[in-house]
Design a protein around this ligand. Structure first.
Ligand code: B1M
Length: 209
């Protein structure tokens, strides 16, 4: 489908001025939004990641692609609101200390909100102390931790250990995700579950509350 390639190319090439017009038109055309996100937008970021790894592009270009994708996602967000009328439960979400990659987290939040969860997004780069302060105050049903860097993954373990020491581990389910995270890692650090993508995260959260 031509439009998927167009969107993919627009994100890869950082066409942040054009993306809103393109996505708005596709929404009007009634395209499959899941396919648009998965095969257009996320697929673009995989190419961007490969180009970065091969030194074909550098951080500034990667950032412009990220901004472009987020602008597109922002237009789709209101359309993902689900039919759910009552709140399923509260989820506190963030990326862990050292990690500012937030597109995946934002996408997961959108889908969880669409499925009826109340999301409290604490943003990016949360230290264990900052996070614990918020968690104690909010007392969520679920804590969602996202990491995109292999170097930030160990922060997830620290958070879980700190929850344990604070006596909060039994009352809060911990869900982890992000490209370098897998089930084996989630099990090893004592998380309650791992979501490979936004849809899996929703399925998992539903099993918790
Ligand atoms: Co960076 N970056 N980046 N980056 N970046 C990666 C992650 C990298 C793989 C690129 C590469 O080398 N191929 C690499 C990490 C290598 C590694 O750790 N092994 C990397 C690097 C090295 C870096 C810097 C260190 C570069 C530098 O400065 N030299 C730096 C670090 C910054 C920091 O965090 N401290 C950096 C910076 C950046 C930008 C700021 C420029 C930008 C981020 C902007 C932003 O997010 N606002 C950026 C980007 C865009 C990427 C890539 C290209 C794309 C990430 C993305 O948005 N993917 C990325 C390469 C890649 O992933 N292919 C790369 C799309 C997104 C929808 O997918 O986030 O995986 P993802 O989320 C998915 C799932 O993982 C899952 O669901 C989502 C939807 O399906 N998921 C969850 C995510 N969180 C979840 C939580 C859950 C459940 C599921 O439950 C709680």
């Amino acid at each position: 489908m031509g439009y998927l390639k167009d969107i993919k190319d627009a994100i890869i090439n950082g066409k942040y001025k054009e993306i809103e017009g393109m996505v708005s038109q596709l929404i009007k055309d009634g395209v499959d939004l899941k396919q648009l996100i998965d095969e257009g937008m996320i697929a673009a970021m995989d190419v961007v990641g490969e180009k970065f790894a091969n030194s074909e592009i550098f951080v500034p270009e990667m950032l412009v692609s990220a901004v472009t994708m987020q602008k597109g996602l922002d237009l789709i967000k209101p359309l993902l609101k689900g039919e759910e009328t009552k709140t399923r439960g509260t989820i506190v979400m963030c990326t862990v200390k050292g990690d500012i990659h937030d597109i995946g987290k934002n996408l997961v939040n959108m889908m969880l909100e669409g499925a009826g969860f109340k999301i409290i997004d604490l943003g990016v780069d949360l230290s264990v102390d900052q996070l614990m302060k918020q968690v104690k105050e909010i007392q969520p049903d679920i804590l969602g931790l996202s990491a995109l860097l292999t170097t930030s993954m160990p922060q997830m373990k620290k958070v879980i250990e700190t929850l344990e020491h604070a006596g909060l581990r039994k009352t809060i389910k911990v869900m982890v995700g992000g490209a370098p995270v897998d089930k084996k890692f989630a099990d090893a650090i004592g998380a309650d579950g791992y979501g490979a993508d936004a849809a899996e995260a929703v399925k998992l959260a539903r099993t918790f509350v």
